[in-house]
Write a protein that binds this ligand. Structure first.
Ligand SMILES: [Ca+2]
Ligand SMILES: [Ca+2]
Ligand SMILES: [Zn+2]
Length: 446
């Protein structure tokens, strides 16, 4: 299978004979599972590296630094183009047991081994996002697979070629390329032509294909699981089936964790009785921050199911909503309903938590899952195979309006290496690796 050769450590040699019409073969090749997956898919973090972050070194030893923020400023505000990347992550999370959250990025060089975690570092995302000018005839994006093939912080990291003409909503569409690279960063290989995971740019995609969905579900346990309150007949999607929360009568507070807005039609109802001694207001936290990119909204109702309050976080992805609801009476029953603020979008899905405080000294905190996973113990052996990354999404050379199936010429993989790159980590690791394996990295295994 020649199309897999770019993933082999000796890809630079195999790619010399790459046929040009890869896309024609890709049409009949279903989505591929590379055997790599995040050890903690319940929370995969993303970070946008600051400009100037060292991504790699060229063959002369000169640092290649991130310029994504400066270059993508032409696409609009950072919030606007970053939303496309987050949406590209969320289309995968909608389909299976994955949640994403955005972290700050310390700007430490990509792949720095000293981070010590293949997942769960607090200074950088599990999936770091950066870019550099890779030449107008080169690749669109590149990604590293998740563990175990990459078993330190380089796992999952993504680069965009900022020499390409990216756009939002037209070719080369940022969402489409980001979804492809995130697919690799989640463990997928290439899929059918016309899918997001097509080996060559398929034209603008607005969402996943069946092939993409089948692929991601094969890795992360099928369709997204409902939470424990939705798991039985009588799911808490109504006042009648509202989940009863017990407020601790001494501490006057409680919390709900490990709950989820799982589908566009999922809404979760809770009810509670304000204990004697409660304050006249309810301090309520509805949080997806640190848990998912869900944009939540919620309602509070009295015992007669009359609305007392409504709040929405529309336009915010991964948020902590914190409000005080007046008019609380001891002994009375209240309802809380939580749903997605953007149910028609990919941001209408995700994990969240709720914390209620009716007079306690402090809120019960919604704690994100612990995902820290130490580096693999054999980073530098096996001739550098651990460094093997996802393949790259090559640009088409043909007009994007040409009807499918199109003949898409994949840029020869050898071009990917110009400028040839060492990751920052690779230079650190060279002392442990053969010159051969380092050379392999120059030939497009990113
Ligand atoms: Ca990483
Ligand atoms: Ca639910
Ligand atoms: Zn690819």
């Amino acid at each position: 299978m020649f199309r897999n050769k770019a993933w082999r450590k000796d890809s630079g040699h195999a790619l010399r004979t790459r046929p040009q019409l890869e896309a024609l073969e890709s049409r009949v090749v279903p989505s591929t599972n590379t055997g790599n997956a995040w050890p903690h898919p319940e929370l995969v973090t993303l970070s946008f590296a600051p400009d100037g972050t060292i991504i790699a070194y060229n063959s002369a030893g000169k640092a290649i630094t991130n310029d994504l923020n400066a270059e993508f400023a032409r696409l609009g505000s950072s919030a606007a183009w970053q939303k496309e990347v987050l949406r590209a992550a969320q289309v995968w999370a909608q389909q299976t047991n994955l949640n994403f959250a955005v972290l700050g990025d310390s700007g430490v060089p990509f792949g720095q081994v000293s981070g010590s975690y293949q997942q769960g570092d607090t200074d950088i995302g599990d999936i770091r996002i950066g870019g550099y000018g890779g030449g107008a005839s080169g690749f669109l994006g590149a990604a590293h697979y998740p563990p175990p093939v990459n078993n330190y912080s380089i796992a999952g990291d993504i680069y965009f070629n900022t020499d390409q003409a990216f756009h939002v909503g037209s070719d080369y569409d940022l969402f489409t390329v980001a979804a492809h690279e995130i697919g690799h960063a989640l463990g997928l290989g290439h899929g059918a032509y016309g899918s997001v995971m097509s080996a060559s740019y398929p034209g603008l995609e607005t969402g996943l294909s069946t092939d993409d969905v089948n692929g991601i579900q094969a890795i992360y346990g099928g369709a997204r699981d409902v939470d424990r309150y939705d798991a039985n007949v009588g799911a808490n999607n109504s006042f009648y089936n509202a989940t009863t929360l017990t407020i601790n009568p001494t501490y006057l507070r409680t919390r709900v964790t490990d709950v989820d807005i799982t589908t566009n039609s999922d809404s979760d109802y809770y009810k509670f009785v304000a204990p004697v001694g409660s304050n006249s207001s309810l301090h309520l936290v509805v949080q997806s921050q640190g848990l998912s990119l869900l944009s939540p909204r919620f309602w509070v109702y009295n015992a007669a199911q009359q609305q007392m309050a409504y709040y929405t976080s529309y336009g915010s992805y991964g948020t902590k909503m914190e409000v005080d609801i007046p008019g609380i009476v001891d002994g009375a029953t209240y309802y809380i309903k939580v749903a997605g603020a953007e149910p028609a979008t990919a941001f209408g899905t995700g994990a969240y938590g709720v914390s209620l405080n009716l007079g306690g000294s402090s809120d019960l905190v919604i704690v994100p899952p612990t995902t820290t996973t130490a580096n693999g113990s054999s980073l530098h052996d096996s001739g550098g195979v651990y460094q093997k990354g996802g393949d790259v999404l090559a640009p088409t050379h043909h007009p994007v309006h040409k009807p499918a199936p199109r003949t898409v010429h994949r840029v020869d993989g050898a071009h990917i290496a110009k400028p040839s790159v060492h990751t920052a980590a690779m230079l650190k690791a060279l002392q442990h690796m053969s010159a051969r394996s380092a050379a392999d990295l120059l030939d497009g295994t990113l």
